[in-house]
Design a protein. Structure first.
Length: 81
């Protein structure tokens, strides 16, 4: 019983971090498929995983509107947390 409680507490404690990683991974997969050859892709990826929202937004600003807008929609979940 005590072990199960420890596991449940650990899951709850890491839940926010796990969700954040899932959002980052999904965003990166989309970015790499749709914007992998666009200028600033590597730096934008680094900013995404460094949680540097301001730099990330600056780096994707010049990307095509539809790609940029979808990326912003995906990363909105990171800002809300």
């Amino acid at each position: 019983m005590a072990l199960r409680k420890l596991v449940e507490n650990a899951k709850r404690a890491n839940q926010d971090q796990d969700k954040k990683r899932q959002v980052q991974d999904a965003t990166y997969r989309f970015m790499s498929a749709m914007a992998g050859n666009l200028p600033g892709f590597e730096e934008a990826s680094r900013a995404l995983f460094a949680n540097d929202a301001e730099r990330f937004d600056k780096l994707i600003k010049a990307w095509p509107n539809d790609i940029r807008d979808h990326i912003r929609k995906l990363t909105a979940q990171l800002i809300d947390q």
